[in-house]
Design a protein around this ligand. Sequence first.
Ligand code: URP
Ligand code: ZN
Ligand code: ZN
Length: 468
Amino acid sequence: MQLETIIHGATVVTGNDTRIADIGIRDGRIVALAENLDFPAAERINATGLIAMPGGIDSHVHISQPSGPAVVMADDFDSATRSAAFGGNTTVMPFCLPVGDQSLREAVAEYVALAEGNCHVDAAIHLIVHRTDPATLGQDLPALHAAGFTSFKVFMTYEDLVLTDREILDVLEVAKSLGAAVMVHAENEDAVNYLRDKAAAEGRSEPVMHARTRPVPAEREATHRALSLAQIADVPITIVHVSNGEALDEIRRARQRGQVVHAETCPQYLTLTEDDLDQTGFEGAKFVCSPPPRDTAAQKECWQGIELGDFDLFSSDHCPFRFADPQGKEAPGARDSFRNIPNGIPGVETRLPILFSEGVMKGRITLQHFARITATNHARLYGLAPAKGSIAIGADADIVLWDPTVTRTISQTGLHHGADYTPWEGFSVTGWPVASFLRGKPLLQDGEINSHQGRVLECGQPDQKAFV
Ligand code: URP
Ligand code: ZN
Ligand code: ZN
């Protein structure tokens, strides 16, 4: 058998085991997986001492998303996917949001045009459903689902995006008829607004009030409600960016009732706290995201959720805004009130190194567990498997090589996103992605990216069985 590439001697993490093996690649796919492959190959890469994992799939990133009249997201497809590639990813999944009265189909056509030709990794697109008019539910969603956009996100907060319970049920009903996956952003909008008004009456406007007006009960209640709505509609559901154990307990209870629930958490809930928002001046704005980081007890609860396998997905929720920028965190009115600070933090490049270091290197999770929650489960849930998310015969050769001996200090100067800061400045990690392959072609190589090889992917039917 003539091969294009053999990756030789790495510790290979497959769905079944972790062992030293060679990976044979032809026509962009993995075609052989065995000890000492003895075939001719155009290229033979010595990966002894490295760990070969499925390329990271970050299924929760925001790229060039419309963010209000005066605010511009710090990443377009070029910079976001460059940053993703340097962080060991081979696929990202951003969200398409219509502007004004644009239809979802018009918005998707525009968004795909922004992505095409500008991606360094592959991209597959989720749909934000923030309207439930008959055209959106009856025409746009079915047509887009048939065209490979098979996952929807709904919001229980944010003035411009929030849906009522009835509207969420209507979206769930459509999703059920199509077999689409539905992600929920679970925070109680009325509770947040009540607390915001109280904060204003008390003259409290500093960044930390963002966290204090979005407390755990607001997330726990909305999580419970979302799960109940899914039970009523009799449909699986995914709760994204879970920040604490109380919300996670709601998910556990729903699973005990027999519901299929997928759950996601993110690096910010393992490593940051509300104290990061509680700094002098405007510095706390760098950490403003929703749900907000909590406290060290909540961090422990999230770690426990990962260790016990309660979290299926570990994503970044990369949502970058420049800090020293009037179109970013310094948006009009942001210094006067936390309410005007754009929500979101950058993290697509640091997601995998943080989990590798804090999770694998510290003995909390195995390499296989890491691969599942950073790639395999994302591909399954969002209809990209079996081509994506696994090192397996027949799969796309999307592979990342990790050097577990490298220790790095995360710093803005070493990152490639469009933001001008990282929330993890000075955070030390052990283990780093040193090379990667996208459909068999070198992507990350010798500290550089081989540019613009990414494609916009069509998703198949989500695998909505329980993963645990
Ligand atoms: O603060 C955040 N997470 N912004 C991104 C939008 C979202 O809710 O995921
Ligand atoms: Zn969200
Ligand atoms: Zn998000």
